[in-house]
Design a protein around this ligand. Sequence first.
Ligand SMILES: [Zn+2]
Length: 276
Amino acid sequence: MNRRTVLRALGLSALGLGVGAAAVESGVALASVPEPPRVPRAVAHPRPVPHMVEAPTPLPPYFPKPQLDRIPIPGGAIHGLPGDGDLVAFTIDDGASSEVVGAYAEFARRSGMRLTFFVTAQYRSWTEHADALRPMVESGQIQMANHTYSHPDLLTVGDGRIREELERCGDFIRATFGVEAAPYFRPPYGTYDGRVLAAARSVGYPQAVHWYGSVGDSGPISDADMSMLIDRWFLPQHIVIGHANVATVLNHFDEIATTIRDRGLQPITLDDLFAR
Ligand SMILES: [Zn+2]
């Protein structure tokens, strides 16, 4: 009989005998008395295992590290993943909400979901959750890529500012996570032209990553709309974009994971597929 069972028995017998004062004084005993009797004991009273490090709790499904023959990065701008296959790249931008960045880190830890973050470095959220993200960045489950320092529309700024925005964000990612964001960048608002690509290439960013499908949460969105977009866009070889800006996605992590699983898709980071 373990300790809680003893306390529960004591509490019940004390109530039955009308001598509950002793149980009241113990405090702990009464707190454990009103457990519903039909809860299976194995669930209600898991047996502690001494010296065991608490294991992460995988969500079903848990996505393993993919084994892929990597291909050269295409260069220029990509909107989807090349070729036929069962891959999907879920890419998360910005980071205006620290709560959402933290929730993505926890979702990834529990599910094995492979994510590429396009970091806007001005947001505190990346520093606030760096300790949670770093082990997954180091293992390759999470990739950090460049979404500029302060998110300007690159069509409206000069080449010098483009280079500065990318370099400042790259410096931040290197200092915070110990990894190199280059060659991957995503132009804010998805706007670019040949001049923007050339300026980016000149500071080590030859690969612009656009997308083919969005869950629609760069700003406020309803749960119903997000569910519709998840269903619409998580498809083979798609690059799907989400944002760590508004809380709607907090209600949809399991839906995203099960949609990917049920369609037989493998979530990947860009580095899982492309060789630098
Ligand atoms: Zn953005």
